[in-house]
Write a new protein. Structure first.
Length: 78
């Protein structure tokens, strides 16, 4: 499970066996977990994040979308 970014308490990662799905990123903080599609950025699922924190996480995904997509494409192109 490659970790792509750490921003504050958030860890951005994907699982190495997800090449069959569209580009996305998982975000974890403590026992909270969310999954966002990257093109376009959209919430796929969330567990335990408050709506306020989800908005913050979504803003971080949008802000770092290019880095996240590049990491996804680089990892799964092998």
């Amino acid at each position: 499970m490659p970790a792509i970014l750490r921003i504050g308490p958030f860890r951005f990662f994907f699982y190495s066996n997800e090449s069959g799905e569209p580009a996305h990123i998982h975000i974890q903080r403590d026992k909270m977990l969310a999954k966002f599609w990257l093109t376009p950025v959209a919430l796929a699922s969330s567990t335990r994040f408050s709506p306020k924190e989800l908005r913050k996480v979504e803003a971080l995904v949008i802000e770092n979308k290019d880095i996240l997509l590049e990491a996804w494409n680089e990892y799964f192109s092998h």
